[in-house]
Design a protein around this ligand. Structure first.
Ligand code: PLP
Length: 383
């Protein structure tokens, strides 16, 4: 295959990234958070599947200074898109990469006292760090019974050579739920880290950053004690918890589109796709669509999902294959033909399917749907 052809956009299946939606979401987040709090854009996992390079450039043009990623490879990618950005790795980096962190001016999360010792030993000049405090997520971070003991550990780590401790942070487990016990749990998590920060301040250790708000928290319970607002899912316009929609409306940034490749009318009793899980009970008009689970469209949506064609909902018939699937177009008013656009999620005329809606159908979350769109699907910028 010639290089020139590969570079072209093959109209098969693609994800549209809306710059205006992303910009609107940034503006809305700014109206939610306290004046002294800055947005830290969470762009891990290739910006939740949206394409880190493009998303980061747009964020930078919209004055976003702070970025959070999951690992060193992602950090280096963001560094290229945003040369002057402050980039925090939220996850683990093997200590032997300390000098890469220094070279690219990346901020590393300290996951434990032990990790801090190793990172310090591997650093040459100075590695910038934020310390994770486990206040109830049970994932990473230093975990002590009291804020005092936690402050002791932070102080110890701050004294290690070649580590520059610039902040502490914690992560909420249930900030997206409004039942009484969740509210109390989140409150306790928050008060714990704020106590740690107060104790450190009294001991003369002033940290530039203390942060704890995720998407749900910055909308439901914004708190000016969090110097950064780690905005993830709302930046991309999806819900932290679709069962409890936020009272601020964000706009989905990604739409997933494909095309019709083949249309046929079939008689009663025709079985469709692998396993013969769907058999027509009447004559039907059926379209084949050029998307499958290898594009990240979940196979779990077999016989469950719907797509939009000419603004009409069409049901998936039978199993989703690796690269293709079939849908019922009997109810579409206009003649459906090869080349027609199919919206897997996104808007089409007066209807919209969201990634959250698809997620609900198969017991997952919108996050997993957008992160699951695979590499073979080109991300196309709209506007
Ligand atoms: C992923 C992540 C976030 C963003 O969460 P959203 O629910 O998408 O806002 C924030 N903080 C940490 C530590 C994370 O891992």
């Amino acid at each position: 295959m010639k290089e020139g052809f590969k570079m072209q956009f093959l109209k098969r299946t693609w994800a549209e990234i809306s710059i205006s939606a992303l910009k609107n979401n940034i503006s809305k987040i700014r109206t939610c958070i306290p004046a002294g709090t800055e947005i830290m854009a969470v762009v891990k996992a290739d910006a939740y599947g949206h394409g880190s390079d493009v998303v980061c450039r747009i964020l930078r043009q919209n004055s976003i200074k702070y970025y959070a990623v999951s690992n060193l490879n992602e950090a280096v990618e963001v560094r290229e898109a945003v040369p002057d950005g402050e980039i925090l790795i939220l996850g683990y980096t093997p200590p032997e990469y300390a000098q890469i962190l220094e070279q690219y001016n990346i901020i590393q999360t300290i996951t434990s006292k032990n990790y801090a010792n190793f990172l310090s030993a591997n650093a040459k000049k100075s590695v910038r760090c934020h310390i994770a405090i486990d206040t109830g997520m049970g994932r990473i971070g230093i975990k002590c019974d009291t804020p005092e003991e936690t402050a002791d550990e932070v102080e110890y780590i701050s004294g290690l050579p070649q580590l520059e401790i610039e902040g502490i942070f914690t992560h909420f487990a249930v900030a997206d739920s409004s039942d009484e016990s969740s509210l109390e749990y989140t409150h306790n998590q928050k008060e714990f880290i704020c106590s740690v920060a107060d104790i450190l301040k009294n001991r003369g250790l002033n940290l530039k950053h203390v942060h704890f708000m995720n998407s749900a928290a910055m909308v439901n319970d914004p708190d000016s004690r969090s110097t950064l607002a780690r905005a993830g899912i709302i930046l991309y316009g999806l819900q932290p918890n679709s069962a409890e929609p936020l009272n601020v409306k964000f706009e989905p940034v990604m739409s997933l589109k494909s095309i019709v490749s083949h249309v046929k009318t079939v008689p009663v009793g025709t079985s469709i796709s692998y396993g013969r899980t769907f058999v027509t009970d009447k004559p039907m008009e059926i379209a084949t669509v050029t998307i499958g689970y290898a594009d990240g469209y979940p196979r779990m949506l077999s016989n469950k999902g719907e797509v939009l064609i000419h603004g009409k909902r069409c049901k998936i018939l039978g199993r989703v294959c690796m690269d293709q699937m079939m849908v019922d177009v009997s109810g579409v008013d206009v003649t459906v033909k090869a080349g027609d656009i199919v919206t897997l999620f996104g808007k089409d005329e007066n209807d919209e399917i969201t990634a959250d809606e698809l997620a609900d159908k198969i017991g997952t979350i919108g996050y997993e749907i957008v992160c699951g769109v695979t590499k073979r699907v080109p991300r196309i910028i709209r506007e």
